[in-house]
Design a binder for this molecule. Structure first.
Ligand SMILES: [Zn+2]
Length: 492
C-alpha cells in the first residue's frame, strides 16, 4: 500500500485517479522525439546479438534437464535458486542477491483414480495444487458429470456424497480456469465429497494438467484432481447412456510447514540515474511435473540473457535494469509480495516492470498497462478496452515507437494490457507493467503438464523473445521520460 500522503494529495488537489496519473507521469514525454529513430542503432545491435545467441537456450536446457521441475518447498527449487544466482554473476550482473522468502509447501504424495463402474479402468489424473488429500484408503463414490456451474446449481443437494466431475469445454484459459480454481468449493457447498476437473486445455492428448485451486474460506475442503479431456468426455458419455458411474480416488496430498526459498536478483546499475529501476523477470518455481520449460523457465532465462546481452554489448542505460526471478508464483505469489515489501518506498522509482510468463512462442510484440488484465479473474468476462487519459495515450504512443524497433523480427505490435502476477503488487502501486506477447498457439497444450519440457521451446522463437526483452528493457531504462502508471482501485 502506498502511504496516506498520496491520498491526501489527491483529495487536496481534488484529482480523479486518472488525473492523478497525469500528475505522476513526470517528467513528461515529448512525443516529437520518436524513440524509434533515437534507438534504432542500439536496438539493431541487440536484435542481432539475440538472434545469434546460444548461451540463453543452453542455460534453459541445463535448468530443465539437470535441475528439472521446481515446486515451492522442493530441493530442486533451492538448487535452481543457487544456480540462478551463479549464472547471474557469470553473466556480469552486479549486486546479485537471494533475499529469503518463506513459501507454502504443498506435497502431492501418491495419487490415483480409477473407474469402478460401468467398467473397471484407470483414470489419467493429476491432483490440483493445494488440494487436500483423501482419507487413507481413498474415497469411493458415485460420480455426477456436469458441463458447467449452472448445471451443478440445478442439481443442488442431490450431489451430496458424490464425486462431481466438471466436463467444461475449453473456451479460453481465463474463463475455463474457474472450474479448476473454484470448482472444489462450489461442489463442497452442496455436499460433494471430491471433484474431478477436465483439464484446462484445448488439446486432448490423454495428459492431465495441474494448477492451483482456491478453497473458499467458508466451504469444506474436499480433494480435487484434474483428469484428461478423453476421460472426462468418456465419463460424460457413460452418464448420458444412463450408466451409473462409480469412481475410486486416492490422494496423499497435504501441506507441510512453510519452507525456505528466495527470490533471485541481479542488475546493471544505471549510468545516470541508478536509483531509477526497470525490473524484468519471471518466476523461478514451477509445478512438480515436466520441466517447467515454457512455464516459466523460458521467461527467466530470456530475461537474464536479454540483460546479459545489454551488458556484453557495452550499452550503459541511464537507469538500472534489475533482473528478478520471483519465487512461488504457481501456488502462493509470495515472491512477488516479498519483492514489493523489500523495495518499500522505492516503488516510486520503479519506472517499469516487465514480466515474461506466457511462454516463449513466436513473439508478436508486447503489452503495456493494466488497462486490460491479461487473464480476467475466474468467472469474469474479458474487460473492454478502456478510455485512456492523456498521459496514458502519450505513453501508449511511446510504446508504439519502441515496438517499431521490433518490426524487423515481426514483433512490432504494442497492445493495451500487459503484466503478470509476479509484478501485480508493483502494478497495483502505480508501476507501469509490461509483458511480451506471442502467437499463443500451443502454450495451453503443455501448460502445467509432464509435457512442459525444453523440446517445446523453439530456439528461434526463444531468441526472438530475448530480442524483445532486450530492446524493451534497454529503451525503457534509457529514454528521457517514463511511462505513466495507474494505481489500481485495490491500492486506493
Ligand atoms: Zn507461469
Amino acid at each position: 500500500m502506498l502511504p496516506c500522503p498520496m491520498m491526501t494529495l489527491r483529495r487536496f488537489l481534488r484529482l480523479t485517479p486518472s488525473l492523478l496519473a497525469v500528475v505522476l507521469a513526470a517528467p513528461s514525454l515529448r512525443a516529437a522525439d520518436d524513440l524509434s529513430n533515437q534507438y534504432r542503432e542500439p536496438a539493431n545491435r541487440l536484435i542481432d546479438a539475440a538472434l545469434a545467441d546460444t548461451a540463453g537456450y543452453a542455460r534453459l536446457a541445463y535448468l530443465c534437464d539437470r535441475i528439472g521441475n521446481r515446486l515451492s518447498g522442493s530441493p530442486s527449487l533451492l538448487k535452481a535458486i543457487a544456480w540462478s544466482a551463479d549464472e547471474m554473476k557469470g553473466a556480469g550482473l552486479e549486486n546479485v542477491l537471494t533475499p529469503p522468502v518463506k513459501v507454502p509447501h504443498w506435497v502431492r504424495g501418491q495419487e490415483s483414480a480409477a473407474l469402478l463402474s460401468p467398467v473397471e479402468r484407470k483414470l489419467h489424473m493429476l491432483g490440483l495444487g493445494l488440494s487436500v488429500g483423501t482419507p487413507p484408503g481413498g474415497i469411493t463414490a458415485d460420480a455426477v458429470v456436469v458441463p458447467n456451474f449452472d448445471a451443478l446449481a440445478k442439481l443442488g443437494k442431490s450431489v451430496a456424497g458424490k464425486i462431481v466431475v466438471y466436463n467444461a469445454p475449453y473456451v479460453n484459459y481465463g474463463q475455463t480456469v474457474a472450474y479448476r480454481s473454484a470448482g472444489a468449493s462450489r461442489a463442497a457447498d452442496l455436499g460433494a465429497v471430491a471433484v474431478l476437473v477436465r483439464s484446462i486445455t484445448p488439446l486432448a492428448m490423454q495428459i492431465p494438467h495441474t494448477g492451483a485451486l482456491q478453497y473458499a474460506a467458508s466451504s469444506p475442503k474436499i480433494p480435487a484432481a484434474a483428469i484428461t479431456i478423453e476421460d472426462a468426455t468418456m465419463l460424460d458419455r457413460m452418464q448420458q447412456r444412463g450408466e451409473s458411474v462409480r469412481i475410486h480416488l486416492e490422494m496423499q496430498a497435504h501441506m507441510e510447514p512453510d519452507a525456505d526459498a528466495a527470490n533471485v536478483m541481479g542488475e546493471i546499475p544505471g549510468s545516470e540515474k541508478p536509483e531509477e529501476v526497470v525490473v524484468i523477470g519471471g518466476h523461478v518455481d514451477s509445478w512438480d511435473v515436466g520441466q517447467g520449460a515454457q512455464d516459466d523457465g523460458s521467461g527467466i532465462m530470456a530475461a537474464l540473457e536479454a540483460v546479459a546481452l545489454i551488458k556484453k554489448l557495452g550499452l550503459h542505460p541511464r537507469r538500472t535494469i534489475r533482473v528478478v526471478f520471483w519465487v512461488n508464483e504457481e501456488n502462493g505469489g509470495r515472491g512477488g509480495e516479498a519483492y514489493r515489501a523489500q523495495i518499500g518506498g522505492e516503488v516510486a522509482n520503479h519506472v517499469a516492470a516487465i514480466e515474461m510468463d506466457g511462454g516463449a512462442e513466436k513473439p508478436t510484440g508486447f503489452g503495456y498497462g493494466p488497462f486490460r488484465r491479461m487473464r480476467p479473474r475466474p468467472g469474469e468476462p474479458t474487460p473492454q478496452s478502456p478510455q485512456l487519459n492523456a498521459s496514458e495515450q502519450e505513453s501508449y504512443a511511446i510504446c508504439q515507437q519502441i515496438a517499431k524497433l521490433l518490426e524487423r523480427i515481426d514483433a512490432g505490435k504494442a497492445e493495451m494490457g500487459g503484466g503478470g502476477s509476479d509484478i501485480g503488487p508493483l502494478v497495483r502501486d502505480g508501476v507501469p507493467g509490461l509483458s511480451p506477447s506471442n502467437v499463443g498457439l500451443h502454450y495451453f497444450d503443455w501448460h502445467h503438464t509432464e509435457a512442459d519440457t525444453v523440446d517445446k521451446v523453439d530456439p528461434e522463437d526463444f531468441r526472438r523473445n530475448i530480442a524483445v526483452l532486450a530492446v524493451l528493457s534497454y529503451v525503457l531504462a534509457d529514454m528521457p521520460g517514463r511511462l505513466a502508471g495507474h494505481k489500481s482501485a485495490a491500492a486506493e
